[in-house]
Write a protein that binds this ligand. Structure first.
Ligand code: BES
Ligand code: ZN
Length: 942
């Protein structure tokens, strides 16, 4: 074996043919090169020019051996892949990134080597592929074993097989190794066919020192001694799954375990000293798995589910099958320091990742262009599952915000259809955005409401059953939801729904045959969101739909070209004062009208925002709404009131409604007792305030501050500095007190200072009420001593929840030197971990004193940031949008443009660059249009 030596042909092939981006028509396989090896392997050129792998070699089973060394921070491994060859060929092309391949061989079914020589391995680094040449033809219809030996350093960032560390209370640093593969990083850990539709079974073995444990997707079947004092864990063979869901961890963590009703072992793993923070997650995970088992009517197919808190984790969590990985703040609940929002977040994240065990893992999208089939569903299931398992958390109060987030980006021209092409890794990473998650979820909400809960549930159950262990397209979902039961389904008595039954519910709107695909295509394949303008004309309501854009007015020359070709099939709903009925109407044309009757005095369209569209009430329609809210706001549900507020300010930004009308609409809020519309109104004012305080508009800023405090005085004064009350009350308190102190409200500041003094006196051992701790810290951080004490506590605390609150507080300092120091600490990545750098930058940029600092920091350290987080990652996007999001002057716009110009090559690949520009443009227009109106309006209020 040793004689075979190391053979790596690194090859930069120059004459690549074929498209890099399209693989609809796979080219024919390379011609067999005969039975003999070519003269010299350096004559070979890379056989494949496309980004996607050839389809005629199908992986069936991976036997993966890994040996990570946590001292040398490297790993070696071997993989034996059973492949099914469907065309004669001499080449096997698969993915590998950054791996040193030391040997490759191919065996036939009888485990006989095809060649007595080591096989040539060619590399195509820019496509992250390797090609293995077999001198003997691999014959169509036969199966072979491809064996590869490889090794690499443990990765430094957050992808592939990467290293993470944590510090014990005695100051010792411990190392662990963990994986994150989605979307395209399995290839960094082992050579593989790294595309979601190459599903295979995996058998994993991991060598480790006895002081560590190892985890993977499946339970361990046996552990054997393998010499050198090492143990090898062998995991059970997995179900058929995509490579991006494979995971393994080697660490010294501790766990707690419980069992679900159907006997699935659920364990929560965390570093030994955080072990006490695991019990809430355990309770949630067990409940959620039981819930999904029932809701999907398909049992979770693995014998165990491990949830593990990884100290260095770039995103929020990852749904690896049977071994979901989490950022510490997404899994660990510390009763002493976690707030009610932290608790809700943990519950929703677990609900999300466990939903993926069905949506994503069991049934996977065919390709990354439809990642919404994973993420949109998982986001939506967060609401369904948490509402069912933890009704007290009132998760339904947040659903509107998911839709609002979608509206926010979808109303800019830079948005994209939910389903969009994505070929290379940078494009694929960028698919994990608001369109896939939030618009996906919001459109599903509309669809569920349209079809009724029952039909929706049955339809998705059918979809999950039909495509289990397979991949699916959008069309497969529509077909399942439209319910065409196969004969076999009827005979076998499987969960199924007949089209005649479905029509009774689903077609309430249409009243006739409805083409669900045609309807859904208008939401999934078309970008943007419709604006439905309604006008009252006698007994009729006239309707018109346009594309809603916040940056372009009808008077703009660009308007008509931006509108062209846009049309949606909108399931409209509305309520009137005449009855409690929710009326329905499917609008499929640009203009339409409905009969509502003469006697009706008001109409509210898009009941509870179950539809994904913005509504504009023309011809005094908004005045009517304002009047209604003032006279009898409870005539509308809290969701309707919230949505009206949101709509109104969207229309203000777009220039369809004047700012003073919007401000008048929220004038009723002094009567409002529900926290959701209250926070919506407050949030709108706060958004203006944050933008204005960063401009040199001292007078308007001061007046707006005074107005907000005066207007909300009564409700602010009602708040206690405690953790008591319902979830809604706690959340309202937390937001209100945070805003009041931010606006320098003297009673708020005084109370916070007092609490902070007690905290200091206790040397940080006093536990402040969790929901107001962040506010208390942010007031305390204004003094040098307070800031330094907070940084010290940050450094030694073992509660990720507490650290999050302190970090926020530290970024509220008005001292730019301190803010600068924080950014440097984040870049260094020791005291403040790299995983927190993007949110740190975002928080510094929020602070008027840190605003320019953060932007300059990003410009200066751009290359380092891209290297650390990868282009297209969520972190890079949030850094770009976070630092530019509050720019609002033409000079700032020009500055952002100039920067993108200077990094043109990268910026051209980044959607976020376009989003950032659109966003600043929108702010610039907002200022030009509204500043004077706001000034006058505020003067009138004084
Ligand atoms: N599948 C994603 C993780 C992921 C994110 C992979 C981005 C690749 C790129 C996971 O299910 C997820 O959506 N995580 C969220 C948190 C969740 C609660 C929404 C995240 O990491 O932000
Ligand atoms: Zn997800």
């Amino acid at each position: 074996m040793a004689l075979l030596g190391l053979l790596v042909l690194s090859l930069f092939h120059v004459s690549l043919v074929g498209s890099h981006t399209s693989s609809k028509h796979a080219p024919s396989p390379p011609q067999p090169a005969g039975e003999q090896s070519p003269e010299g392997s350096d004559n070979l050129s890379f056989p494949w020019s496309r980004l996607r792998l050839p389809r005629y070699i199908i992986p069936l089973h991976y036997d993966l051996h890994l040996h990570p060394n946590l001292t040398s921070l490297s790993f070696t491994g071997t993989v034996q892949i059973q492949i099914d060859v469907q065309n004669n060929t001499n080449w096997v092309v698969l993915h590998s990134k950054g791996l040193k391949i030391s040997k490759a061989t191919i065996l036939d079914q009888n485990l006989t080597h095809l060649s007595d020589k080591v096989l040539p391995v060619l590399h195509h680094p820019s496509h992250e592929q390797i090609g293995i040449f077999s001198p003997r033809v691999l014959s169509s219809g036969r199966k072979y074993f491809l064996c590869i030996e490889f090794g690499a350093e443990l990765a430094e960032g957050f992808y592939g097989f990467y290293k993470s560390t944590y510090r014990t209370s005695t100051g010792e640093t411990r190392t662990l190794a963990s994986t994150h593969f989605e979307p395209t990083s399995a290839r960094m850990a082992f050579p593989c066919f790294d595309e979601p539709n190459f599903k295979a079974n995996f058998t994993v073995r991991i060598k480790r020192n006895p002081e560590f444990i190892s985890l993977s997707n499946m339970p361990i079947v046996k552990t054997v001694e393998v010499g050198d004092g090492l143990l090898e864990d062998q995991f059970d063979v997995s179900v058929k799954m995509s490579t991006y869901l494979v995971a393994f961890v080697v660490c010294d963590f501790k766990s707690v375990t419980a069992t679900t009703s159907s006997g699935v072992q659920v364990s929560i793993y965390a570093s030994p000293e955080k072990w006490q923070q695991t019990s809430y997650a355990l309770e949630v995970a067990v409940k959620m798995l039981d819930f999904y088992d029932e809701y999907f009517n398909i049992h979770y197919p693995l014998p165990k589910q491990d949830l593990i808190a990884i100290p260095d984790f770039e995103s929020g969590a990852m749904e690896n099958w049977g071994l979901t990985t989490y950022r510490e703040t997404s899994l660990l609940y510390d009763p002493l320091t976690s707030s009610i929002s932290d608790k809700l977040w943990i519950t929703m994240v677990i609900g999300h990742e466990l939903a993926h065990q069905w949506f994503g893992n069991l049934v996977t999208m065919e390709w990354w262009n439809d990642i919404w089939l994973n993420e949109g569903f998982a986001r939506y299931m967060e609401y369904i599952s948490v509402e069912a398992t933890y009704p007290d958390l009132k998760v339904e109060e947040y659903l509107l915000h998911t839709c609002f987030a979608a509206v926010g980006s979808d109303s800019l021209n830079s948005s994209r259809p939910i389903s969009s092409p994505a070929e290379n890794p940078t494009q694929i990473k960028q698919m994990f955005d608001t369109a896939s998650y939030d618009k996906g979820a919001c459109v599903l909400h509309m669809l569920r409401h349209f079809l009724t809960d029952d039909v929706f549930q049955r339809g998705i159950v059918q979809y999950l059953r039909k495509y289990s262990y397979k991949n699916a397209l959008n069309q497969d979902l529509w077909d399942s939801l439209a319910n065409t039961c196969s004969e076999e389904d009827f005979i076998s008595g499987k969960h199924c729904y007949s089209s005649s039954q479905a029509s009774k519910n689903a077609y309430l709107f249409a009243g006739e045959h409805l083409d669900l695909t045609a309807m859904m295509n208008t939401w999934i394949l078309q970008k943007g969101i419709p604006l439905v303008t309604v006008t009252r004309k006698g007994p009729h309501l006239l309707l018109r739909q346009d594309r809603f854009l916040r940056t372009v007015l009808p008077s703009d020359p660009l308007w008509s070209s931006l509108q062209k070709g846009f049309l949606w099939h909108i399931p409209l709903t509305y309520k009137t004062d005449a009855s409690n009925t929710i009326h329905r109407h499917l609008m499929t044309t640009q203009t339409d009208s409905i009969h509502i009757g003469e006697e009706v005095s008001w109409v509210k369209v898009n009941t509870d925002m179950t539809g994904y569209y913005v509504v504009h009430y023309e011809d005094g329609g908004w005045d009517k709404m304002t009047k209604l809210l003032r006279q009898n706001h409870t005539a509308l549900s809290y969701k309707d009131r919230t949505q009206l507020i949101h709509n109104a300010f969207q229309l203000v930004t777009a220039g369809h409604l004047s700012l003073d009308k919007g401000l008048d609409l929220i004038g009723y809020l002094q009567l409002e007792t529900h926290n959701v519309p209250l926070l919506q109104g407050l949030g709108s004012l706060q958004a203006f305030y944050h933008m204005i305080e960063k401009r040199n508009e001292i007078d308007v800023t001061r007046k707006l501050r005074m107005h907000i405090l005066r207007f909300f005085r009564a409700v602010i004064d009602q708040q206690t500095w405690s953790d008591g009350g319902s979830v809604s009350e706690r959340r309202l308190r937390s937001e209100l007190l945070s805003l009041a102190c931010h606006l320098d409200d003297p009673p708020c500041l005084e109370r916070a200072r007092q609490s902070f003094k007690h905290w200091l006196q206790s040397k940080g051992t006093l536990n402040l009420p969790t929901d107001v701790a962040e506010t208390v810290f942010s007031v305390g951080a204004q003094e040098d001593h307070g800031w330094a004490s907070l940084l010290h506590t940050y450094n030694i605390s073992s509660s990720a929840a507490l650290k999050g609150k302190i970090l926020f507080a530290l970024t509220c300092s008005r001292d730019t030197n301190k803010l600068h120091r924080l950014l440097e600490l984040g870049l260094e990545g020791k005291v403040i971990r790299s995983q927190d750098l993007s949110s740190l930058i975002f928080m510094v940029a929020r602070n008027p004193q840190g605003h320019r600092l953060a932007w300059n920091f990003v410009k200066k350290n751009w290359d380092t940031l891209v290297q650390r987080f990868q282009l297209g990652s969520f972190c890079i996007r949030s850094i770009i949008i976070g630092t530019t999001g509050q720019f609002s002057s033409p000079e700032e716009l020009a500055e952002v443009q100039l920067f993108f110009e200077s990094i043109k090559e990268q910026a051209s690949q980044l959607r976020a660059a376009q989003v950032a520009l659109d966003n600043v443009q929108k702010n610039v227009r907002w200022f030009q249009r509204n500043l004077e109106t706001l000034r006058n309006w505020l003067n009138q209020q004084m």
